[in-house]
Write a protein of this length. Structure first.
Ligand code: UD1
Ligand code: CA
Length: 463
């Protein structure tokens, strides 16, 4: 059987983005545009997948290193036709069809591409073109046809006459072409257009002129083939993708109380019966379990959240793990490398960093816990601070099971508090404390009776 190849064009800078970053590295739903396209085409299980890189080739290669695929480098960007030509080296011993897609069309679906390729093959055509119809066809290439409807050629908006610009059927930039014809046709391209570039689009007219069988497929969902050229395109597409992701998760059993204010990255997963309040951002590879409650105003990046977790109003959580039935917030900040065991509770104005918090341990008010390891059933009082940084290095604090840390305690790391210790309020702990001990600092408490009245009298007379 014929082989299937894929070529993804991603060498352009994307001038219209006005960015120092290559266009395909800009993110949609938290993932580079190029990764969206690669992952979609990988669903077709191509025999060969080649990504044409150029602008910031090294960065683009790094961004899609783990997606599979070979790279071809287009040193100078002389147009889409020239770009495909640079991929030719990877197709020397190849027999079959090549699906060409642009790296800047991230909403393409594998289902549409599969149908497109299937159709191309069952009809034994040399060239297939995916098109769509737009009310406002803008800068897209126009599909020109004969009076009896047969495809003739594609003309770029820049090169089109005002009459041609009226055409609403546009080139999606997605082609399926027999490899032999493709590479021969590319040799014959001429840069005779407004941009002085080698246009891939010109192979359509070549196939027609040679009398080879060509066909077009019209997609009914124009969003799918939309290309991103500007920041505005990117913003519009982000809106479209967010709407799709919200619908997906609602269909999977997640309640979004105000869907339009919930932002979900591509790789996030959410368990059923979880209820998410307004203004919630779920970023990166965040995984949320079932039956969770997220009250709202939450920023959650790369976190693993168990089942039955309650995130109270306003939390910022990064690269951390939250066991089943934990509760965090309101107004809590959990930073990288933190692990909360089941039923642990982090309350208001508590910051936790790189710490392990044992089962059912609580730190409910105003605390900083950094580089600490705390056992189970412990209680961290209000105003507790782990002094983990001496100005040179970070040090660890260890707190055992069932330890009661009184309010306003400072723990000067490195320090170990063994199991069942009681730390009296307002204690500065500098030395390790053995299991079961009470630790306190002696501070004399002095009382001056009638002091306030005397002071007030003095102040009044001074006026
Ligand atoms: C292209 C098509 C246009 C179509 C539109 C669909 C041509 C000449 N025009 O226009 O008919 O309607 O896509 O989105 O093909 N690239 C390279 N090397 C280059 C030039 C471009 O790799 O030398 C890559 C870009 O990185 C991008 C893709 O090819 O991913 C398309 O290039 P772009 O400049 O965005 O083409 P459009 O003007 O959108
Ligand atoms: Ca484009």
């Amino acid at each position: 059987m014929d082989q299937l190849g894929v070529v993804i064009l991603a060498a352009g800078l994307g001038k219209r983005m006005r960015s120092t970053k290559a266009k395909v590295l800009h993110h949609l739903a938290g993932k580079p545009l190029i990764s969206h396209v690669i992952q979609t085409t990988q669903h077709l299980h191509p025999d060969r997948l080649v990504i044409v890189v150029g602008h910031q080739a090294a960065e683009v290669e790094r961004a899609c290193r783990n997606e599979g695929g070979l790279f071809a480098v287009q040193q100078e960007q002389h147009g889409t036709g020239d770009a495909v030509r640079t991929a030719q080296g990877h197709f020397r011993d190849f027999r079959g069809d090549i699906l060409i897609v642009c790296g800047d069309t991230p909403l393409l679906t594998a289902a549409t591409l599969a149908r497109f390729v299937q159709d191309h093959r069952t009809r034994h055509v040399t060239l297939s073109l995916l098109t769509t119809r737009l009310d406002d066809p803008g800068q897209y290439g126009r599909v020109l046809r004969t009076c009896d409807g047969r495809i003739l050629k594609i003309v770029e908006a820049r090169d089109a006459t005002s009459e041609e610009l009226e055409v609403q059927e546009i080139n999606s930039g997605i082609y399926c072409v027999h490899a032999d014809f493709l590479f021969t046709a590319l040799e014959q391209l001429q840069p005779l257009n407004a941009q002085g570039e080698y246009y891939l689009t010109d192979i359509v007219a070549q196939a027609v002129a040679a009398g080879l069988p060509t066909q077009t497929m019209l997609t009914t969902d124009p969003n799918e083939v939309g290309g991103i050229n500007s920041r505005e395109d990117l913003a519009i597409m982000e809106k479209t993708r967010q709407a799709q992701l919200r619908s997906h998760w609602m269909a999977a059993g997640v309640t979004l109380q105000d869907p339009e204010t919930v932002y979900i990255d591509e790789e996030v997963t959410i368990g059923s019966d979880t209820v998410i309040g307004p203004n919630t951002q779920l970023k990166g590879k965040t995984v949320i379990g079932t039956h969770c409650r997220i009250d709202g105003s939450a920023y959650i990046e790369n976190c693993r959240i168990g089942n039955d977790v309650h995130l109270l109003f306003s939390v910022a959580l990064f690269n951390s793990e939250f066991g089943d039935k934990t509760a965090v917030g309101p107004f809590a900040h959990v930073r990288e490398g933190t692990q909360l065991a089941a039923r642990a509770e982090i309350g208001n104005f508590v910051e936790v960093k790189k710490s392990v918090i044992g089962e059912h341990t609580k730190a409910k008010h105003l605390a900083y816990i950094g580089d600490a390891e705390i056992g189970r059933d412990a209680n961290i009082g209000a105003g507790t601070i782990t002094c983990n940084y001496d100005g040179f290095r970070k040090h660890r604090t260890k707190i055992g099971d069932r330890v009661q840390v009184g309010s306003d305690t400072t723990l000067v790391a490195p320090v170990t508090i063994h199991d069942d210790v009681y730390i009296a309020t307002a204690t500065t702990v500098r030395k390790d404390v053995p299991a079961g001990a009470l630790v306190f600092n002696t501070r004399e408490e002095k009382v001056r009776e009638g002091w306030t009245a005397t002071k007030r009298e003095k102040m009044k007379n001074a006026k």
